[in-house]
Design a protein around this ligand. Structure first.
Ligand code: NAI
Length: 334
């Protein structure tokens, strides 16, 4: 099958070519992002392969359908950039990656928490300049803290396993409880309650109309004062302007982001010889208690022999965490 692969980077090409060796599709690699302006480049293909910031709204899908495209293969777990209703109407099938590196994303989430808490990003710069002072680097014990997880699917479950290993109390919010998280000790509660009780709040739900701007001006006061907020799901789950207000008022104690509402104009490109045109993003970068990575949580090398866990298997590291001697609840607050 001839496939037009949009938003291709060198690493996409390397891994897709390797995966395609035994299959033999005709992959046409295109560096350009998919949009109304670039859709015509799919001419002659039967399918397109798209990434997180490609535009798959109604006009683009219509243009693809006119070219005879019948399949959109997303190389992402999230599908918020696709107008599924338009795809259905146009007879275009949409496929996504049902378990995109759940452990990788959960581990990156943990990395953000650890770095923010112990100010590793600041310590790194200080030590390189011969500054070994500890003022401003005081952290807290994660052990015993209450961690709220919104969205306990594959990534949320993997993250719950890691946090259980740290000896945290687990709170969860989802449309449906995940029995594996309950086994880890997670207590399912409402969104308002998880906002009010979490010392660390980590977002792992998809971007939908119900989760869009979940953290916004009028929900800020519901958050526990000084909360560490982590978003590795999709940028628009939080309203960035409101989050900046929350940081300035001390409601949000620290912020870790791997995704950003307007990341399409910034992420995955080297813009280091230009200025950042996005004033909201630039303001975020001025806070010492904010750590941003450029949508890299998924970006690990997974051995081809290791299948990603759809539900965590008995042999996975997460299962090992479940049998750890650390209880996931009942530890005293420090
Ligand atoms: P999943 O589909 O396994 O889990 C999502 C969970 O969110 C489900 O349990 C679902 O019931 C829950 N959910 C849906 N609507 C909700 C709501 N209104 N309130 C609370 N919970 C809700 O998906 P997975 O694989 O865990 O991925 C989660 C998200 O992480 C993806 O949708 C994607 O946006 C993001 N992601 C980010 C990556 C990165 O590199 N930063 C990589 C992969 C995914």
């Amino acid at each position: 099958m001839k496939v037009a692969v949009f938003s291709t980077k060198s690493y996409d090409r390397e891994f897709l070519e390797a995966a395609n060796n035994s299959v033999g599709h005709d992959l046409q690699f295109l560096e350009v992002r998919l949009s109304s302006n670039s859709a015509a480049l799919a001419k002659g293909a039967e399918a397109i392969c798209a990434f997180v910031n490609d535009d798959l709204g109604n006009p683009v899908l219509q243009a693809l359908a006119d070219l005879g495209i019948r399949l959109v293969a997303l190389r992402s777990a999230g599908f918020n950039n696709v107008d599924l209703e338009a795809a259905r109407r146009l007879g275009i099938r949409v496929a996504r990656v049902p378990a995109y590196s759940p452990c990788a994303v959960a581990e990156h989430t943990t990395a953000l928490i650890l770095a923010l808490n112990r100010k590793t990003h600041r310590a790194y710069n200080r030590v390189r300049e011969g500054n070994f002072a500890l003022e401003g680097l005081l952290g807290f014990d994660i052990h015993g803290k209450t961690v709220g997880i919104v969205g306990t699917g594959k990534i949320g479950e993997a993250f719950a396993g890691i946090m259980a290993g740290f000896g945290c109390r687990l709170l969860a919010n989802d449309l449906m409880p995940n029995p594996a998280c309950e086994t880890l000790g997670a207590e399912y509660i409402s969104r308002a309650e998880i906002f009010a009780r979490s010392d660390i709040l980590s977002l792992h739900c998809p971007l939908t109309p119900e989760t869009h701007h979940m953290i916004r001006s009028d929900t800020l006061p519901q958050l526990k004062r000084g909360v560490m907020l982590i978003n590795t799901s999709r940028g628009a789950v939080v309203d960035t302007r409101a989050v900046i207000k929350g940081l300035k008022e001390g409601i949000i104690g620290s912020l870790g982001l791997d995704v950003y509402e307007e990341e399409g104009d910034l992420f995955f490109e080297n813009l280091s010889d230009r200025f950042i045109p996005d004033d909201v993003f630039a303001r975020l970068l001025t806070f010492p208690n904010v750590l941003v990575t450029g949508h890299q949580a998924f970006f690990t090398r997974v051995p081809t022999s290791r299948r990603p866990p759809s539900r965590i298997s008995a042999h996975s590291p997460i299962a090992a965490v479940r049998t750890t001697r650390f209880p996931s609840r009942g530890w005293p607050e420090r």
